[in-house]
Design a binder for this molecule. Sequence first.
Ligand code: FES
Length: 163
Amino acid sequence: MPITINGVDHELDVDPRTSLLDFLRGDAGLTGTKKGCDHGQCGACTVLLNGQRINSCLTLAVMHDGDSVTTIEGLGTPDAPHPLQAAFVRHDGYQCGYCTPGQICSAKAMLDEIAAGWTSYVSDDVAGSPKLSEEEIRERMSGNLCRCGAYSNIVAAIAEVAE
Ligand code: FES
């Protein structure tokens, strides 16, 4: 079976050592997903794998026969951006922008997790509350680093969409 990326099937006819990240950027030509550390530490390569966020540098492409991947290119278009993409623009949720695709994919998965029912990571008081605190967002987004330090604006953008 092929791997489905943003709704399009791709054959996994690659060297079995190819990471999913390199497959996306090279074979599939989807360079929106970024390579930062290539060791699972920065989150720049975050994509959605069957709806869950994953560091695409840490998994092999050939392991995902039949899976569905969504990258930043699959979330929206310049004419019809995803609400998170639009909010990042409104709030200047970036400086250099290198971490932004991973930040947005991670935020999308986080909001989907919360919509499906959640317990707070940081407080016993807000279990079941639809209101995300800044602390909660920061904890849940802690796998995505921003070397420019644009965290305040990133959190503001996510908080706006979460409301
Ligand atoms: Fe994958 Fe940094 S490039 S976590």
